[in-house]
Design a protein around this ligand. Sequence first.
Ligand SMILES: Nc1ncnc2c1ncn2[C@@H]1O[C@H](COP(=O)(O)OP(=O)(O)OP(=O)(O)O)[C@@H](O)[C@H]1O
Length: 337
Amino acid sequence: MITFDDVVKVYPGGSTAVDHLSLELPTGKMTVFVGPSGCGKTTSLRMINRMIEPTAGRILIDGKDVAGQDEALLRRGIGYVIQHAGLFPHRTVLDNVATVPLLLGKNRKEARAAALDLLDRVGLAPEFASRYPAQLSGGQQQRVGVARALAADPPVMLMDEPFSAVDPVVREGLHREFLRLQKDLGKTIAMVTHDIDEAIKLGDVVVILRQGGKLAQVGTPQELLDHPADEFVAEFVGRDRGLRSLSFDTAAALPVKPLPDDLVLDDAGRPEGWRTADGVRSTAGTFLTSDSLRLVTDLAIMSPVGIAVRVDAEGKADGVVPHHDLVDHLAARRGQK
Ligand SMILES: Nc1ncnc2c1ncn2[C@@H]1O[C@H](COP(=O)(O)OP(=O)(O)OP(=O)(O)O)[C@@H](O)[C@H]1O
């Protein structure tokens, strides 16, 4: 666990970048710092590995104050990934990643093998190993940056806007791969982004800072969406927060009605579509109990008859949710929160 204990940073010249920040970043989870430009996100991150020293307060990793630790040793246990990857331009991809295992005392062969394994883990084929960073796309460079940060197998990773230099489609892919990787590795990660959607998607915990380096709110994405602490947070997480919060709940508790006659099924009981007055069948939108309430809402809205169809694992229809039932369920859900 990383603990911020009443941390203050005032830069020379007097601007307060971080103002009495107290927080806990849970072990093995991803904590995302987000907030408007200049609110102290990067400063907070860099105080963890002592690239910046706090003016007051303490930062502890697993109960040990970082201030008392040897900087080189401390940083060996903390991987660091930045925007544009920060790769060595005159070294090949393989050498960029193998540098760290070499520094840690592996021989050349072992270091190269470790680097190849890491490149594979971040989704880069072996043929990229001999290229130079300039011969890669932004997204590929970012993967090399992540592989290099992982090379020392650090328990903690700091990531400063790691996905912001790539276009939205590539970013989407990197998010997916990163979530898969983190599921395997379970690192304690502190990440900075200015993008609230990215924070909500990737963060187990989201820290929202406001101007002047003050903590606005900390919580799980769903807590922030369902219970924003004030107007600033509500605005920041977005006006559509009600709808987005539905992504975090499954349809498991959603009551269903029996199948109506106008739902056409095949021989195996799988929905084929809706029978309409002129005989045309339009597709029926189906969901599993494990799908999100957001998907069910979308299906009900898009359905010509305003009904979403629940199916089992074999695709067999076993109940329906008319949109008015869905609205009642969502209202009751809101009342329970
Ligand atoms: N070296 C410095 N000297 C003086 N002031 C600084 C220094 N670095 C940052 N600041 C100021 O501290 C505040 C916080 O900066 P920081 O970079 O931590 O914010 P940020 O939230 O990461 O911003 P952004 O999203 O724009 O990158 C800003 O007002 C900034 O101008």
